[in-house]
Write a new protein. Structure first.
Length: 330
């Protein structure tokens, strides 16, 4: 059976020697570079392409920051790195952040990269799932750990989850392609991309379009950092904003940069290009068009609180803090 897994400046100028150091800004000469880290939520891929652009174009270094982009993954959880100060900012999600806060973590969400949650129900064109109601009578392949996600979608849309057959599967599109299941619960930017690269067309129903509001790829920082390291947080987020705006303008360039920066990650260009393209509409919206990248409102927070409640998370709007973004986009 075919596997469809997806592995999740120099100065130029003839007169410089004559002008000497006196011509350079004393502020630049005296500026100290601070070492800080951004803890990513998963292994390196174009999923974090805006951050790669920010680093490669010097958006952080010109602000006096040397930002390390630390990969996440099964053995590199985000929360401990942020709590201990190993990373100034971490990439998380509202459900994970709220769970950590329940356990006493001093986190605040200071920005939202993905305006729409990337969870989709993926199906094949000859047996499509276009709405939550279409799930009735279907076999859905998914990790059992995501049952609360499916239950929340069903609750929001008045669908009886007991009328859906849940089939435990690995995170692989092969069971769908082989028609062992009718659909899959997955991310818009991975298994459907893997299928497309193999020439298999799929239908994706974005759960965010049917009431499932959970902020994903969120930026988290500690309350202590918000109180004592605001300038660094603003500089880091300003670089992120610039990097992601560049990403939106040229996703293919972001994909190429990803492979250039991380050639040993087993990534291929066509997959990264398609993933980058499909990620753009998740990260940019009318809200970001009006207010800037990473924005969130009291209304979107309220929607998140409601959906998180269905996932068993006890969370209040205090988890979100927009003050850094307000300074960035002022």
């Amino acid at each position: 059976m075919t596997s469809f897994k997806l592995s999740r400046r120099s100065f130029v100028g003839a007169g410089l020697g004559t002008l000497g150091l006196a011509a350079l800004s004393p502020r630049l000469l005296a500026q100290e570079t601070k070492d800080v880290a951004l803890q990513l939520s998963w292994l390196h891929s174009v999923q974090f392409g805006g951050s790669y652009i920010a680093k490669s174009k010097g958006y952080w270094s010109e602000a006096g920051l040397n930002v390390a982009l630390n990969p996440g993954g099964p053995n590199a959880p985000v929360d401990p790195a942020v709590v201990t100060g190993q990373a100034l900012i971490g990439i998380s999600a509202a459900d994970y952040a709220s769970a950590s806060v329940e356990q006493g973590a001093p986190f605040k969400i200071i920005g939202v990269a993905m305006q729409k949650n990337p969870f989709v129900i993926a199906s094949l064109p000859d047996n499509p799932v276009n709405t939550p109601a279409d799930l009735v009578g279907k076999k859905i392949g998914m990790a059992l750990a995501n049952t609360p996600v499916l239950q929340a979608l069903c609750t929001i849309n008045n669908v009886d989850i007991n009328q859906i057959e849940i089939v435990p599967t690995q995170y692989d599109a092969a069971p769908l392609v082989a028609k062992q299941v009718d659909c899959l619960l997955c991310w818009q930017t991975d298994l459907p991309v893997a299928m497309a690269i193999q020439g298999v067309e799929s239908v994706t129903m974005l759960m965010a379009d049917h009431g499932y509001a959970v902020h994903s790829q969120t930026y988290i920082a500690t309350e202590d950092s918000l109180a004592n390291r605001r300038a660094d947080l603003v500089a880091m987020m300003r670089g992120e904003v610039r990097g992601w705006n560049d990403y939106k303008a040229d996703p293919k360039a972001a994909a190429a940069l990803t492979l250039e920066m991380y050639p040993d990650q087993g990534l291929d260009l066509p997959t990264q290009e398609l993933q980058a393209e499909r990620q753009v509409p998740l990260m940019f919206s009318e809200l970001t068009e009006a207010n800037g990248f990473g924005w969130f409102t009291d209304e979107t927070v309220a929607q998140n609180v409601e959906t998180l409640g269905l996932l068993g998370r006890s969370v209040t709007p205090d988890l979100w803090d927009r003050s850094i973004l307000e300074e960035v986009h002022a």
